[in-house]
Design a protein around this ligand. Structure first.
Ligand code: AMP
Length: 289
């Protein structure tokens, strides 16, 4: 060939049986395996998960499934960005071994009824604003982890509540998979990278970094001794002043149980969700011990 170099082609599997056969081959060769679950529309945030998995395991599987059961009525399931060819190119360049992109029928065959529910953890924060969302997430992730049976699975701290819920599910169901959290990847102005940032107009995109700024300011002032509830109320007001239309929550919570925290007697994080134009943005930061 002259001049052109073939793109690395990424093996893609669409069914559970083929996935298990591939994984069994790797196991026979004594290789370790990590899974990175995604809904596609991949960006540097997903890239960081893959890089962390790549570093620690012999084989990396990325799953791509836009899971209908975690979207509520009127949410963006049908318009969620989908470009599998671009995603496969992105993952091939990162040295991923396998793209697992199951069909809808493979995940939810006729008659499917079983649901993994996580009462308490799934009902607060984002769960209060999006009823059923985390049951959908818990169910699909439990399925993916059971199907691939990896040694570890990687999730972003950006979706902190999701990370805590998945840890709980893996423990409660004895899935035998280590759940690893990866720090949030941000744009240079601080905005957490998200597929849904594409919904923002230029003006909204310019206002969006106020979310991370408000979280940092609250964490800083709590670190300096400010009252936790007061700092969070200040954060909510800052978001409205910056042009957000509504704040679903802006709250200090226990890092493990997600219960509200009002005093600095245990490790805490501040989690927030707020609406900016057509997008609902979420983010979180640690409160320094
Ligand atoms: P999604 O495709 O949005 O379902 O996300 C798949 C995984 O990527 C989840 O574990 C997310 O938490 C993670 N993720 C998404 N955005 C980021 C980011 N900016 N930094 C780190 N992880 C992320």
């Amino acid at each position: 060939m002259t001049g052109s170099r073939a793109e690395p082609t990424l093996a893609t599997i669409r069914g559970v049986a083929a996935l298990r056969a591939r994984v069994a081959g790797w196991r026979q060769a004594g290789e370790t395996i990590a899974l990175v679950p995604t809904m596609g529309a991949l960006h540097e945030g997903h890239g960081a998960l893959v890089a962390a998995a790549r570093k620690a395991f012999d084989r990396v599987i990325v799953s791509l499934f836009v899971n209908p059961t975690q979207f509520g009525p009127g949410e963006d399931f049908t318009t969620y960005p989908r470009d599998q060819a671009a995603d496969a190119g992105f993952l091939g360049a990162l040295g991923v071994d396998l793209l697992y992109a199951p069909t809808h029928d493979e995940m939810y065959p006729d008659g499917f009824v079983t649901e993994v529910s996580v009462p308490g953890l799934a009902d607060v924060l984002c769960g209060a604003a999006r009823p059923g969302h985390f049951n959908g997430v818990a169910t699909v992730v439990a399925k993916l982890l059971t199907q691939a049976a990896p040694d570890a699975a990687y999730f972003g701290e950006k979706d902190y509540q999701q990370l805590i819920i998945i840890r709980r599910v893996a423990m409660d169901l004895n899935l035998g998979v280590r759940i690893e959290g990866v720090a949030t990847v941000r744009a240079p102005d601080g905005l957490a990278i998200s597929s849904r940032n594409a919904y923002l107009s230029a003006q909204q995109r310019a206002a969006a970094p106020a979310l991370y700024a408000a979280l940092n300011e609250a964490a800083q002032s709590i670190g300096d001794g400010a009252d936790m509830e007061g700092a969070c109320a200040h954060g909510r007001a800052a978001l409205i002043a910056a042009g957000f239309s509504a704040v679903d929550y802006f709250q200090c919570v226990d890092v493990g149980t997600l219960e509200p925290v009002t005093t600095r007697d245990r490790p805490a994080r501040i989690l927030a969700a707020a609406h900016l134009g057509p997008a609902r943005l979420i983010d979180n930061v640690a409160v320094a011990g």
